[in-house]
Design a protein around this ligand. Structure first.
Ligand SMILES: [Mg+2]
Length: 202
């Protein structure tokens, strides 16, 4: 009989450690700022974003299809800068994660495109406590597909009962539980600290 002490933490990034990267509210702000047609952008985004987040399309191609398919009075750099500005830290949650480093193995398990993921990890030094990045763009799978959780567990070399997934979306937390992991649906740093303590993680 093996123990089920939690040794490993898998973090969602958007909406947990940081604000979302390029979700509905970030897109709406940038689309308004550059005066894009919101409905047309939304339609083009919807077609392109799965390929972006699965790592099969780079940000340049995504922007060509969703924004720069016609002439604009702003540049790609200006648009990317505005995208980047949407990524802001959740300082209390980052402090909690940093405090767990050394005693727990921590990885990301997140859906994001390669370019934005790289920017966010570097800007907020997430690699200071994340030992690896299990991101949709590298694995070619996305949450909430149970397969990505199983792959992350395999790559980390842990059994599901030794791991906890922290995610702000109920469906993603449920999918983690469906493969036998513990899961916390993130609401705030304070709520997360208490939920982890209840699992013996502190
Ligand atoms: Mg999230």
């Amino acid at each position: 009989m093996t123990t089920s002490r939690i040794t490993t933490i898998f973090w969602d990034i958007g909406g947990v450690l940081l604000t979302n990267g390029w979700d509905r509210e970030q897109r709406a702000g940038v689309v308004a700022r550059f005066g894009l047609d919101a409905a047309e952008f939304a339609e083009r985004h919807k077609l392109a974003v799965p390929e972006l987040e699965l790592g099969r399309m780079d940000l340049d191609a995504y922007l060509t299809q969703t924004v720069f398919y016609t002439s604009r009075d702003f540049t790609r750099d200006q648009f990317c800068e505005a995208m980047h500005q949407q990524s802001q830290p959740h300082p209390e949650t980052l402090a909690l994660a940093r405090g767990l480093a050394g005693r727990y193995r921590q990885y990301s398990l997140n859906n994001e495109g390669r370019d934005l993921n790289t920017y966010r990890v570097a800007t907020y030094q997430l690699d200071a406590f994340l030992l690896g990045l299990f991101t949709s763009c590298y694995l070619g799978m996305m949450k909430p597909n149970p397969a990505i959780y199983r792959t992350a567990l395999d790559l980390a070399g842990v059994r599901p009962e030794q791991a906890v997934m922290i995610d702000d979306r109920a469906q993603n937390a449920e999918a983690a539980r469906s493969v036998g992991m513990h899961a916390v649906q993130y609401e705030s740093a304070e709520q997360l600290r208490a939920a982890l303590a209840a699992l013996g993680v502190q």
